[in-house]
Ligand binder design. Structure first.
Ligand code: PDD
Length: 287
């Protein structure tokens, strides 16, 4: 049984209900986070709470909890759910208003919902053979750095990828690869790791930031730079990263085989560093 937390109350997921006048339901007026849990420990919680705070501030919803209160609630949620490895989903909406009006209601209390589900990530690196992606025009809005629950474009893009038998859509804007429908993008060319710089066009991924930190700590050549479509298709390696995908090597995009058509050497090095970091989290050596 999955346990959820709705406005501070822990309850079975199937019993969690919100009023239909909640602005999250009517307008998609809210923000969210997805936080991996390894060995019962919340992965980079401070980074996720910082990004949540930024998203809330950007859409002018008051943060309903302090960082300490978030931590207490999320730890309780994790302990009430099965498995040591989980994916926590949390969302905060602007709350329930008396009538439907696009403008913010004067005095609503944000609705806070969180749930956690078991997460199975690959532990055997050799079992990872690579995925395929398709490119699609980036049809989203101009505030993609806000982790908004309003995800209809991302949903449509991802489904187009699924319909084409691909794992993810890589979004193209002004001739550049921006990110995936639900992931950040990296390429490798001549040993240099490249990802687009943060800004309003993409989500500042927590996984992305950790990869950058690991590259710096292990003197892996690295640059934040725009990735043209030509760079993308000519890359030696392409990776898509997220809290739930971790670091996924892409071996085919549209009809083009990427690099040698199998996970690359730098991917192998980075996923090993990433797994080592997860082990350190499980042991409580880092957070
Ligand atoms: N999505 N870009 C987009 C558009 C995303 O939706 C996500 C994650 C990322 C990667 O961010 P992070 O490394 O912090 O997970 C980048 C989550 C997993 C989701 O919507 O389920």
């Amino acid at each position: 049984m999955t346990t959820a937390c709705l406005n501070g109350t822990f309850l079975p997921l199937e019993d969690a209900c919100i009023p239909v006048m909640d602005r999250g339901f009517l307008f998609g007026d809210g923000v969210y986070e997805v936080i991996p849990v390894y060995g019962g420990k919340l992965f980079r919680l401070a980074h996720h709470l910082q990004r949540l705070g930024n998203s809330l501030e950007a859409v002018r919803i008051g943060n309903p909890l302090s960082d300490t209160e978030w931590e207490t609630m999320l730890k309780e949620l994790v302990s009430r759910n099965d498995g040591t490895d989980q994916a926590v989903y949390l969302q905060v909406t602007r709350g329930v208003a008396a009538k439907r009006d696009h403008a913010f209601p004067a005095d609503t209390r944000p609705t806070l919902f969180a749930m956690s589900n078991p997460m199975a990530t690959a532990v055997d690196i050799d079992s990872i053979t690579g995925t395929t992606a398709i490119t699609l025009p980036d049809i989203r809005w101009k505030h993609c750095d806000i982790k908004a629950i309003t995800l209809l474009p991302n949903v449509m893009l991802r489904q187009t990828a699924v319909d084409a038998g691909a794992a993810e859509a890589i979004l193209i804007k002004d001739g550049h690869a921006i990110e995936g429908a639900a992931s950040n993008i990296f390429i490798v060319k001549y040993g240099l790791l490249i990802t687009p710089p943060n800004g309003p066009s993409l989500l500042p991924g927590i996984t992305r930031d950790l990869i950058i930190e690991l590259a710096a700590a292990h003197t892996i050549p690295f640059r934040e730079a725009d990735i043209s479509e030509t760079d993308l298709f000519n890359a030696d390696e392409v990776w898509l990263t997220s809290s739930t995908r971790e670091i996924s090597p892409v071996t085919r995009i549209d009809d083009t085989v990427i690099g040698a058509g199998k996970p690359g050497l730098l991917w192998r090095r980075m996923i090993t560093l990433y797994q080592d970091y997860k082990t350190a989290i499980r042991r409580g050596e880092v957070c």
